[in-house]
Design a binder for this molecule. Structure first.
Ligand code: HEM
Length: 140
């Protein structure tokens, strides 16, 4: 548990308007970011559908609305230039935006969920069983 919420308290539920404000403010930062901006620029030509999809996604995550029907893992596996440090930057900008928009419980609720989802995306994208850094390379 990384956020400020206690183990057994449920996080506040954002409204759809709050989700929209966060998504739009976050991707405005992403597009201007030197590290993340170019990755999105290569793939997204029309931002309106992407922003709408991300509102659906966060509505499903935070409000269990079921509005998002997609496969984030498949979408990210296609992004061949993304590295773990891009995730660090993504999470930093997301938490920063959430803290600018909301009081702390709600901001930490978003940040916690984003960290958990990022962890599972990174496992799918970067983890190769048998290639752990601690294992010495067998050269012959
Ligand atoms: C290094 C960090 C990340 C980068 C560079 C990144 C980049 C992208 C890009 C370029 C797309 C558009 C893919 C396409 O249209 O083909 C996308 C889609 C998406 N991203 Fe990320 N992303 C990152 C992290 C995350 C995280 C942490 C989450 C969730 C908390 C997330 C959730 C999504 C979702 C839900 C979609 C829509 C997938 C679909 O098409 O259904 N992303 N991302």
């Amino acid at each position: 548990m990384t956020g400020a919420l206690a183990e057994n308290s449920s996080p506040p539920v954002p409204s759809e308007a709050e989700i929209k404000a966060l998504v739009h403010a976050f991707y405005a930062k992403v597009r201007n970011d030197r590290s993340l901006g170019p990755i999105f620029d290569r793939v997204i030509t029309d931002w309106d559908p992407h922003l709408a999809k991300m509102c659906d996604f966060w509505s499903s995550v935070m409000r269990t609305s079921g509005r998002y029907k997609g496969n984030p893992m498949a979408a990210h596996l296609r992004l061949k230039t993304v590295q773990p440090e891009h995730f660090q930057r993504w999470l930093e900008l997301f938490a920063q935006t959430a803290r600018e928009q909301f009081e702390s419980d709600l901001a930490e609720g978003f940040a916690d969920r984003s960290e958990n989802i990022a962890r599972s995306l990174q496992l799918g994208m970067f983890f190769r069983p048998g290639e752990a850094a601690v294992r010495p390379r067998v050269t012959e």
